[in-house]
Design a protein around this ligand. Structure first.
Ligand code: 9WO
Length: 291
């Protein structure tokens, strides 16, 4: 917790030097403790798919800590009414504090999920994936006693500007986003690194069999086996989709001029292909994906 030992908050000494920027070596694992009154929400979600596989492979060590297990009165009370009045209930400081202390051990980075926090993006996900130990604290009801947040939280984190019933779904989101970036989790390491390679661009459209689905053919270039042309087409598709749907991303980071090719030539080609196929009466090359 930050007040106690600010110098080591969230980072172990071994990782403060040369290896800080690079990823941990392939065999090291990420430990995540989730502090939540609703641990049962997590297992079904975080046992499935890639995160489930990462856990079974020992790359992600996920644990659930319930503040209720740290109170011992008859009703195991964890919440109380807000001082000053107002609707609903507030999570009490001490049960949360005890749970975080247990979860954190000697060095986890303590993250509180809240709409007031720093917005999660891919850059922050990558930073978090370089930690050894994250403690994700989920509030519930109308909030958590501010004093325990002030004392114990290193980072307040939001997944978006909306209010939920608790921090559990955001915590799962963080676990998902971070886990896929751990070395060895995705079969192709490229997949996780792709976005840093392509810059802040939207995905190119993807297709699989059949070649023609309900009268819509896949873009013919993808069947040529010409990886130069395919790469160029995908880059164009990314730029076009980004320009159409998220122009703010193009302003965010410099895109090499050569990539901002004349879109009209590609548009014209696509129209030609479509016209040809329409005349032949069967196949239409889909163009919705490139806008
Ligand atoms: C509910 C409420 C009801 C009446 C009056 C005031 C109130 N405040 C809240 C409220 O903010 N509840 C939060 C629910 C308490 C902390 C956990 N909760 C939460 C986390 N909702 N949404 C998030 C969240 C976390 C990260 N990114 C996006 C949303």
């Amino acid at each position: 917790m930050k007040r106690r030992c600010p110098a080591s908050a969230g980072r172990t000494p071994a990782r403060t030097s040369a290896r800080r920027k690079s990823h941990r070596s392939t065999s090291s694992i990420l430990r995540v403790d989730v502090v939540t009154l609703f641990p049962e929400m997590f297992e079904p979600v975080l046992s499935a798919s890639i995160v489930g596989r990462a856990r079974r492979a020992g790359l992600l060590d996920l644990r659930l800590v319930n503040p209720r297990d740290f109170v011992h009165d008859r009703h195991r009370t964890v919440d109380d009414r807000p001082f000053g009045g107002g609707a609903g209930m507030i999570l009490m400081a001490e049960p949360v504090y005890q749970a975080v202390r247990r979860a954190r051990g000697r060095g986890g980075k303590v993250v509180y999920l809240s709409p007031q926090g720093r917005r999660l993006d891919q850059k922050l996900a990558r930073e978090l994936s370089r930690e050894r130990h994250l403690v994700l604290v989920c509030g519930h009801y109308e909030g958590v006693d501010q004093r325990v947040l002030d004392r114990a939280v290193d980072l307040e984190l939001s997944i978006g500007d909306y209010v939920l019933t608790g921090g559990e779904l955001p915590a799962m989101t963080v676990v998902d986003a971070v886990t896929r970036l751990l070395p060895g989790v995705l079969q192709k390491q490229d997949a996780a690194e792709l976005e840093s390679f392509t810059g802040p661009l939207l995905d190119f459209p993807q297709y699989t069999r059949p070649r023609v689905w309900r009268g819509e053919a896949v873009p013919p270039v993808l069947l040529t086996g010409d990886h130069g042309r395919i790469g160029a087409w995908r880059r164009q598709a990314q730029l076009r989709a980004t320009r159409a749907k998220r122009p703010d991303l193009l302003l965010k980071r410099r895109v090499p001029d050569i990539d901002l090719l004349d879109f009209r030539s590609t548009d014209a080609k696509l129209k030609q292909v479509n016209a040809r196929h329409r005349l032949s009466g069967t196949i239409r090359t889909t163009n919705r994906s490139v806008i």
